[in-house]
Design a protein around this ligand. Structure first.
Ligand code: ADP
Ligand code: MG
Length: 324
Protein backbone atom coordinates (compact mmCIF):
# COMPACT_ATOMS: atom_id res chain seq x y z
CA UNK A 1 0.00 0.00 0.00
CA UNK A 2 1.33 3.46 -0.87
CA UNK A 3 0.64 6.58 1.19
CA UNK A 4 -0.11 9.76 -0.69
CA UNK A 5 2.14 12.64 0.32
CA UNK A 6 0.10 15.68 1.30
CA UNK A 7 0.23 18.50 -1.26
CA UNK A 8 2.94 20.73 0.14
CA UNK A 9 4.05 23.90 -1.59
CA UNK A 10 7.76 23.25 -1.29
CA UNK A 11 8.68 26.39 -3.20
CA UNK A 12 6.77 28.55 -0.76
CA UNK A 13 8.42 26.85 2.21
CA UNK A 14 11.89 27.34 0.80
CA UNK A 15 11.14 30.97 0.09
CA UNK A 16 9.90 31.44 3.62
CA UNK A 17 13.03 29.80 5.02
CA UNK A 18 15.24 31.99 2.80
CA UNK A 19 16.87 29.06 1.02
CA UNK A 20 17.12 30.42 -2.53
CA UNK A 21 19.91 28.10 -3.66
CA UNK A 22 18.05 25.01 -2.49
CA UNK A 23 14.95 26.30 -4.25
CA UNK A 24 16.88 26.86 -7.46
CA UNK A 25 18.73 23.54 -7.45
CA UNK A 26 16.40 20.95 -5.95
CA UNK A 27 14.28 20.15 -9.05
CA UNK A 28 17.29 19.21 -11.15
CA UNK A 29 19.06 17.49 -8.27
CA UNK A 30 15.93 15.50 -7.42
CA UNK A 31 15.87 14.11 -10.96
CA UNK A 32 19.56 13.27 -10.83
CA UNK A 33 19.11 11.68 -7.43
CA UNK A 34 16.50 9.34 -8.91
CA UNK A 35 18.57 8.31 -11.90
CA UNK A 36 21.79 7.99 -9.85
CA UNK A 37 20.02 6.38 -6.87
CA UNK A 38 21.32 9.06 -4.53
CA UNK A 39 20.29 8.39 -0.91
CA UNK A 40 18.08 10.82 1.02
CA UNK A 41 20.94 11.89 3.24
CA UNK A 42 23.33 12.60 0.38
CA UNK A 43 20.64 14.47 -1.53
CA UNK A 44 20.02 16.70 1.47
CA UNK A 45 23.75 17.14 2.15
CA UNK A 46 24.45 18.26 -1.44
CA UNK A 47 21.66 20.81 -1.33
CA UNK A 48 22.76 22.22 2.02
CA UNK A 49 26.41 22.41 0.96
CA UNK A 50 25.38 24.38 -2.13
CA UNK A 51 23.32 26.77 -0.03
CA UNK A 52 26.19 27.37 2.41
CA UNK A 53 28.75 27.87 -0.38
CA UNK A 54 26.50 30.31 -2.16
CA UNK A 55 25.89 32.27 1.01
CA UNK A 56 29.61 32.48 1.71
CA UNK A 57 30.20 33.81 -1.78
CA UNK A 58 27.49 36.46 -1.57
CA UNK A 59 28.76 37.52 1.87
CA UNK A 60 32.24 38.05 0.42
CA UNK A 61 30.83 40.08 -2.47
CA UNK A 62 28.79 42.20 -0.08
CA UNK A 63 31.81 42.82 2.18
CA UNK A 64 34.01 43.72 -0.79
CA UNK A 65 31.43 46.29 -1.94
CA UNK A 66 31.26 47.79 1.54
CA UNK A 67 35.04 47.85 1.92
CA UNK A 68 35.40 50.51 -0.82
CA UNK A 69 38.63 49.05 -2.19
CA UNK A 70 40.12 51.14 -5.03
CA UNK A 71 40.82 47.82 -6.81
CA UNK A 72 40.64 44.19 -5.85
CA UNK A 73 43.97 42.40 -5.65
CA UNK A 74 44.82 39.21 -3.86
CA UNK A 75 47.96 38.00 -2.19
CA UNK A 76 48.19 35.27 -4.85
CA UNK A 77 48.50 38.02 -7.47
CA UNK A 78 51.43 39.67 -5.68
CA UNK A 79 54.73 38.94 -7.40
CA UNK A 80 57.17 38.33 -4.56
CA UNK A 81 60.06 37.93 -6.97
CA UNK A 82 59.55 41.45 -8.28
CA UNK A 83 59.16 42.88 -4.74
CA UNK A 84 61.82 40.77 -3.11
CA UNK A 85 62.07 42.92 0.02
CA UNK A 86 58.96 41.18 1.35
CA UNK A 87 58.52 37.46 1.81
CA UNK A 88 55.22 35.64 1.94
CA UNK A 89 56.36 33.69 5.00
CA UNK A 90 56.74 36.94 6.95
CA UNK A 91 53.16 37.93 6.21
CA UNK A 92 51.70 34.78 7.72
CA UNK A 93 50.32 36.39 10.86
CA UNK A 94 48.41 39.07 8.96
CA UNK A 95 46.92 36.67 6.41
CA UNK A 96 45.21 34.36 8.90
CA UNK A 97 42.31 34.97 11.29
CA UNK A 98 44.85 36.06 13.93
CA UNK A 99 45.08 39.41 12.13
CA UNK A 100 41.74 40.14 13.78
CA UNK A 101 41.77 37.83 16.78
CA UNK A 102 45.19 39.14 17.91
CA UNK A 103 44.68 42.66 16.59
CA UNK A 104 47.86 42.84 14.52
CA UNK A 105 48.72 46.07 12.73
CA UNK A 106 50.96 46.81 9.78
CA UNK A 107 52.56 49.88 8.27
CA UNK A 108 53.69 49.35 4.69
CA UNK A 109 56.10 52.06 3.67
CA UNK A 110 58.01 52.70 0.50
CA UNK A 111 58.13 54.63 -2.74
CA UNK A 112 55.30 54.80 -5.24
CA UNK A 113 54.45 51.65 -7.17
CA UNK A 114 56.15 49.20 -4.80
CA UNK A 115 52.87 47.42 -4.05
CA UNK A 116 51.83 48.99 -0.73
CA UNK A 117 48.17 49.43 -1.66
CA UNK A 118 48.08 46.04 -3.38
CA UNK A 119 49.33 44.35 -0.20
CA UNK A 120 46.97 46.33 2.05
CA UNK A 121 43.97 45.42 -0.12
CA UNK A 122 45.08 41.78 -0.34
CA UNK A 123 45.41 41.49 3.45
CA UNK A 124 42.01 43.09 4.02
CA UNK A 125 40.46 40.86 1.35
CA UNK A 126 41.93 37.80 3.05
CA UNK A 127 40.33 38.98 6.31
CA UNK A 128 36.99 39.15 4.49
CA UNK A 129 37.52 35.60 3.23
CA UNK A 130 38.25 34.62 6.82
CA UNK A 131 34.84 35.84 7.90
CA UNK A 132 35.53 39.44 8.94
CA UNK A 133 34.64 42.79 7.44
CA UNK A 134 36.99 45.51 6.29
CA UNK A 135 37.01 49.15 5.33
CA UNK A 136 39.46 50.90 3.04
CA UNK A 137 40.01 54.66 3.06
CA UNK A 138 42.76 57.08 2.20
CA UNK A 139 44.24 59.22 4.95
CA UNK A 140 42.99 62.29 3.11
CA UNK A 141 39.41 61.06 2.88
CA UNK A 142 39.35 60.00 6.52
CA UNK A 143 40.81 63.28 7.76
CA UNK A 144 38.49 65.36 5.57
CA UNK A 145 35.44 63.36 6.62
CA UNK A 146 36.20 63.54 10.32
CA UNK A 147 37.26 67.20 10.22
CA UNK A 148 33.94 68.15 8.67
CA UNK A 149 32.09 65.99 11.21
CA UNK A 150 34.00 67.67 14.05
CA UNK A 151 32.96 71.10 12.82
CA UNK A 152 29.34 69.93 12.67
CA UNK A 153 29.57 68.42 16.16
CA UNK A 154 29.03 64.93 14.74
CA UNK A 155 32.43 63.37 15.30
CA UNK A 156 31.19 60.53 17.51
CA UNK A 157 28.75 59.36 14.89
CA UNK A 158 31.22 59.73 12.00
CA UNK A 159 33.94 57.84 13.87
CA UNK A 160 31.98 54.60 13.79
CA UNK A 161 32.64 54.23 10.04
CA UNK A 162 36.30 53.79 10.88
CA UNK A 163 36.20 52.20 14.31
CA UNK A 164 33.60 49.46 13.77
CA UNK A 165 34.95 47.38 10.86
CA UNK A 166 37.16 44.49 11.93
CA UNK A 167 39.97 45.68 9.65
CA UNK A 168 40.73 49.27 8.67
CA UNK A 169 43.12 50.22 5.86
CA UNK A 170 44.35 53.80 5.84
CA UNK A 171 46.14 54.35 2.56
CA UNK A 172 48.63 57.01 1.52
CA UNK A 173 49.63 58.72 4.75
CA UNK A 174 51.86 61.60 3.72
CA UNK A 175 50.94 61.86 0.05
CA UNK A 176 48.91 65.06 0.34
CA UNK A 177 48.97 67.87 2.86
CA UNK A 178 46.37 67.86 5.59
CA UNK A 179 44.48 70.45 7.58
CA UNK A 180 45.48 71.53 11.08
CA UNK A 181 43.39 68.94 12.95
CA UNK A 182 44.68 65.95 10.96
CA UNK A 183 46.56 64.40 13.87
CA UNK A 184 43.66 65.05 16.21
CA UNK A 185 41.02 63.20 14.19
CA UNK A 186 43.39 60.40 13.20
CA UNK A 187 44.28 59.92 16.84
CA UNK A 188 40.61 59.42 17.72
CA UNK A 189 40.38 56.57 15.21
CA UNK A 190 43.67 54.94 16.17
CA UNK A 191 43.11 55.24 19.90
CA UNK A 192 39.62 53.78 19.75
CA UNK A 193 40.73 50.87 17.58
CA UNK A 194 43.84 50.22 19.66
CA UNK A 195 41.72 50.08 22.83
CA UNK A 196 39.67 47.29 21.25
CA UNK A 197 42.68 45.59 19.64
CA UNK A 198 41.30 46.12 16.17
CA UNK A 199 43.79 45.79 13.33
CA UNK A 200 44.91 48.76 11.26
CA UNK A 201 46.91 48.70 8.05
CA UNK A 202 48.63 51.89 6.95
CA UNK A 203 50.50 52.65 3.78
CA UNK A 204 52.87 55.58 3.58
CA UNK A 205 55.55 57.01 1.34
CA UNK A 206 57.12 58.86 4.26
CA UNK A 207 59.50 57.58 6.91
CA UNK A 208 57.80 57.24 10.30
CA UNK A 209 60.03 60.00 11.60
CA UNK A 210 58.31 62.40 9.21
CA UNK A 211 54.78 61.67 10.41
CA UNK A 212 55.01 64.45 13.01
CA UNK A 213 55.57 66.95 10.24
CA UNK A 214 53.00 65.37 7.94
CA UNK A 215 50.32 65.49 10.63
CA UNK A 216 51.43 68.88 12.00
CA UNK A 217 51.76 67.52 15.52
CA UNK A 218 54.84 65.50 16.52
CA UNK A 219 53.43 64.50 19.92
CA UNK A 220 50.18 63.14 18.54
CA UNK A 221 52.02 61.50 15.65
CA UNK A 222 54.15 59.68 18.18
CA UNK A 223 51.06 58.65 20.16
CA UNK A 224 49.50 57.32 16.95
CA UNK A 225 52.59 55.33 15.92
CA UNK A 226 53.07 54.06 19.44
CA UNK A 227 49.58 52.55 19.45
CA UNK A 228 49.85 51.11 15.96
CA UNK A 229 53.26 49.55 16.51
CA UNK A 230 52.40 48.14 19.93
CA UNK A 231 50.85 45.20 18.06
CA UNK A 232 52.23 46.12 14.71
CA UNK A 233 55.00 45.74 12.25
CA UNK A 234 56.75 48.02 9.85
CA UNK A 235 57.14 46.55 6.40
CA UNK A 236 59.52 48.48 4.19
CA UNK A 237 59.08 47.95 0.47
CA UNK A 238 61.84 48.89 -1.91
CA UNK A 239 62.85 48.73 -5.49
CA UNK A 240 61.42 50.12 -8.71
CA UNK A 241 57.77 50.87 -9.36
CA UNK A 242 55.73 47.98 -10.68
CA UNK A 243 53.71 50.48 -12.69
CA UNK A 244 56.67 51.53 -14.80
CA UNK A 245 58.64 48.28 -14.63
CA UNK A 246 58.85 48.11 -18.42
CA UNK A 247 60.72 51.42 -18.55
CA UNK A 248 63.73 50.45 -16.43
CA UNK A 249 63.64 53.85 -14.72
CA UNK A 250 66.11 54.59 -11.96
CA UNK A 251 64.21 56.92 -9.66
CA UNK A 252 65.47 55.37 -6.45
CA UNK A 253 67.24 57.15 -3.63
CA UNK A 254 71.01 56.95 -3.23
CA UNK A 255 72.38 53.48 -2.45
CA UNK A 256 72.62 53.36 1.35
CA UNK A 257 68.87 53.69 1.82
CA UNK A 258 67.71 51.58 -1.03
CA UNK A 259 67.30 48.26 -2.71
CA UNK A 260 70.61 46.61 -1.96
CA UNK A 261 69.46 45.84 1.57
CA UNK A 262 67.09 43.07 2.50
CA UNK A 263 63.67 43.54 4.07
CA UNK A 264 63.12 45.19 7.38
CA UNK A 265 60.05 44.08 9.18
CA UNK A 266 59.87 44.94 12.78
CA UNK A 267 57.49 45.26 15.66
CA UNK A 268 56.95 44.01 19.17
CA UNK A 269 57.45 40.27 19.53
CA UNK A 270 58.71 40.17 15.97
CA UNK A 271 62.13 39.39 14.57
CA UNK A 272 64.75 42.05 14.24
CA UNK A 273 67.06 41.79 11.33
CA UNK A 274 70.82 41.75 11.47
CA UNK A 275 71.62 44.86 9.54
CA UNK A 276 72.00 48.21 11.31
CA UNK A 277 68.90 50.26 10.68
CA UNK A 278 69.30 53.60 12.36
CA UNK A 279 66.05 55.51 12.42
CA UNK A 280 66.33 59.13 13.30
CA UNK A 281 63.15 60.34 14.90
CA UNK A 282 63.58 64.01 15.61
CA UNK A 283 61.55 65.21 18.54
CA UNK A 284 58.46 63.09 18.51
CA UNK A 285 59.86 59.73 17.75
CA UNK A 286 62.74 59.56 20.16
CA UNK A 287 61.14 56.70 22.05
CA UNK A 288 60.52 54.81 18.86
CA UNK A 289 64.20 54.20 18.47
CA UNK A 290 64.42 52.99 22.04
CA UNK A 291 61.35 50.83 22.29
CA UNK A 292 62.31 47.24 22.20
CA UNK A 293 61.39 45.90 18.81
CA UNK A 294 59.40 48.86 17.52
CA UNK A 295 62.01 49.73 14.99
CA UNK A 296 64.70 47.33 13.94
CA UNK A 297 68.14 48.14 15.26
CA UNK A 298 71.50 46.39 15.14
CA UNK A 299 70.69 43.02 16.62
CA UNK A 300 74.37 42.24 17.02
CA UNK A 301 75.02 45.22 19.24
CA UNK A 302 73.73 43.78 22.53
CA UNK A 303 72.63 40.49 24.09
CA UNK A 304 68.92 41.27 23.77
CA UNK A 305 69.45 41.76 20.07
CA UNK A 306 71.24 38.43 19.81
CA UNK A 307 68.38 36.73 21.61
CA UNK A 308 65.80 38.28 19.30
CA UNK A 309 67.87 37.20 16.33
CA UNK A 310 67.92 33.60 17.60
CA UNK A 311 64.18 33.81 18.14
CA UNK A 312 63.73 35.12 14.61
CA UNK A 313 65.94 32.37 13.19
CA UNK A 314 63.87 29.73 14.96
CA UNK A 315 60.60 31.17 13.77
CA UNK A 316 61.58 32.07 10.24
CA UNK A 317 64.53 29.87 9.33
CA UNK A 318 64.12 30.56 5.63
CA UNK A 319 64.00 34.30 5.96
CA UNK A 320 66.89 35.33 8.15
CA UNK A 321 70.24 35.76 6.49
CA UNK A 322 73.64 35.23 8.11
CA UNK A 323 74.81 37.79 10.68
CA UNK A 324 76.13 40.99 9.15
P1 ADP B 1 51.82 51.73 -4.25
O1 ADP B 1 50.59 51.74 -3.40
O2 ADP B 1 53.03 51.28 -3.53
O3 ADP B 1 52.04 53.04 -4.98
P2 ADP B 1 50.29 49.81 -5.75
O4 ADP B 1 50.05 48.76 -4.72
O5 ADP B 1 49.13 50.71 -6.06
O6 ADP B 1 51.58 50.66 -5.40
O7 ADP B 1 50.77 49.09 -7.08
C1 ADP B 1 50.62 49.68 -8.37
C2 ADP B 1 50.17 48.63 -9.35
O8 ADP B 1 51.19 47.67 -9.51
C3 ADP B 1 48.93 47.87 -8.88
O9 ADP B 1 48.17 47.53 -9.99
C4 ADP B 1 49.51 46.62 -8.24
O10 ADP B 1 48.62 45.52 -8.33
C5 ADP B 1 50.75 46.39 -9.08
N1 ADP B 1 51.85 45.81 -8.29
C6 ADP B 1 52.72 46.46 -7.49
N2 ADP B 1 53.63 45.63 -6.98
C7 ADP B 1 53.30 44.40 -7.44
C8 ADP B 1 53.86 43.09 -7.25
N3 ADP B 1 54.96 42.89 -6.50
N4 ADP B 1 53.25 42.06 -7.88
C9 ADP B 1 52.16 42.24 -8.65
N5 ADP B 1 51.60 43.44 -8.86
C10 ADP B 1 52.16 44.51 -8.27
MG1 MG C 1 49.18 53.22 -3.15
Amino acid sequence: MTTMAPAIDLDALLRRLHLPTVRRLYPELAQRAETDSLGYRDFLAVLMAEEVAHRAQTRIQRCVRRAHFPFLKTIEEFDFTFQSSVRLALLGSVLGPELVTHGHCLIASGPSGTGKTHLAVAIAYRAIQNGFDARFTTATALIDDLSVATRKGKLRHALSTYTHPHVLVIDEVGYLSYGPDAANVLFHVVNERALHHRPMIFTTNKPLAAWGQVLHDPDLAQAILDRVLERGRLLELRGPSYRTRHMKLDLQQPPESSSARPARISGNHRPDFPEPTPVRCPGASATLTQRDGCIAHPAQAHPAGMERRRDAENRYPDCIGPPA
